[in-house]
Design a protein around this ligand. Structure first.
Ligand code: MLT
Length: 337
């Protein structure tokens, strides 16, 4: 009798352990979030708000742990890890998602977004919903939140850059993103693709002279220590999604899935407000630390003209065709192409 009870207990225990091992995420209470940027970044803010809202919406049953500064790998590598279910979440720049899901490139098309309002309209409207679906299909990750980080400005260690002539001869780091590489080519230089995790060292060692990223990112990554000059260009409004492994998402019960989606919305709204409250302050701090800000000559006319005429046509097909882009432009109240 005692033997029978022990046997039943052991079998039950084995079954429980077996079930836990077969679907490890069902029991997990702490979801891991990879964050490409450092503390104080817009990515970090989004992660904090998401974590708070998620814990609250699950009544404290689940929580998250953030790993800042690329501790869990370079941003592009985290997309692969999440796709394979090895990582739960990642917060990363949209330009580092595009190589895995080309249609997302619409958010890195130069001068497509001209304001925070454009960025919000695109990500939270029909276009954003389509990109969420495409990213699940192409990359195995689900976008559950959006960070708004502001326009990417050009920084360098050599000289003030007003015009495209000034840009010539500078070695500029870009992410491994075809549209951004082509944009710099349209501006007359051959940029250097480099992983985000190697960028600070690349700038410090003089492998490259400059890069572009928003003011908030320049500050949180301490680029002011290795860069002197900023050119206030507005070719890309930086969007940095919170992506979740679709495999891990599908393993969650419905109430947890719901909590994730709702927490993502809360964090997204917070991100837009945080940007508005922080950007000017951070820009002023960079100047106090010794950075010099230059406005592009002639209202950036030559930069815009070259990027739009040379880069856009090359990507019409990849981005769903000219008609699709015209629909987006119309929805933003802009002239069609
Ligand atoms: C990049 O330049 O690769 C990204 O914008 C980096 C980031 O996540 O801030």
């Amino acid at each position: 009798m005692i033997f029978k009870q022990r046997f039943v207990k052991s079998v039950s225990l084995a079954l429980c352990l077996g079930a836990a091992m077969a679907s490890p995420h069902v029991l997990a209470k702490t979801f891991r979030i990879a964050v490409g940027d450092a503390a104080g970044s817009a990515q970090h803010q989004l992660g904090l708000k998401f974590s708070e809202a998620f814990a609250e919406k699950t009544g404290g049953k689940h929580d998250t742990q953030m790993f800042l500064n690329g501790q869990l790998g370079d941003e592009q590598a985290t997309v692969n890890d999440a796709a394979m279910g090895l990582l739960d979440f990642s917060i990363l720049a949209i330009n580092n998602v595009t190589p895995f899901s080309p249609s997302v490139g619409v958010l890195t098309l130069p001068y497509m977004m001209q304001s925070l309002d454009d960025a919000v309209a695109l990500t939270q409207g029909e276009v954003g919903q389509k990109l969420v679906e495409n990213t699940i299909r192409d990359a195995g990750v689900r976008i559950v939140g959006w960070t708004y980080t502001g326009f990417r400005v050009l920084t360098n260690s050599k000289k003030p850059v007003h015009s495209l002539d000034d840009l010539q001869g500078l070695k500029i780091r870009v992410p491994n993103n075809e549209i951004m590489i082509d944009t710099y080519r349209a501006w007359g230089i051959n940029p250097t693709p480099m992983a985000w995790s190697e960028t600070f060292t690349g700038l410090q060692m003089g492998v490259v002279d400059g890069q572009d990223n928003p003011y908030i990112t320049v500050s949180s990554m301490k680029f002011d220590e290795v860069q002197k000059y900023i050119t206030n260009i507005r070719y890309l409004f930086s969007i940095e999604p919170l992506v979740m492994s679709e495999a891990v998402f599908q393993e969650q019960p419905e109430d947890v899935q719901q909590a994730i989606l709702e927490a993502g919305k809360v964090a997204t709204e917070h991100s837009a407000q945080w940007l508005v409250a922080q950007e000017d302050k951070i820009k002023a701090e960079l100047v106090e630390k010794g950075m010099e800000i230059t406005e592009p000559a002639d209202g950036e006319k030559a930069w815009i003209e070259k990027a739009v005429s040379q880069v856009w046509p090359k990507y019409y097909d990849q981005l769903g065709g000219k008609e699709e882009l015209n629909k987006i432009l119309k929805s933003l109240g802009r002239d069609t192409i």
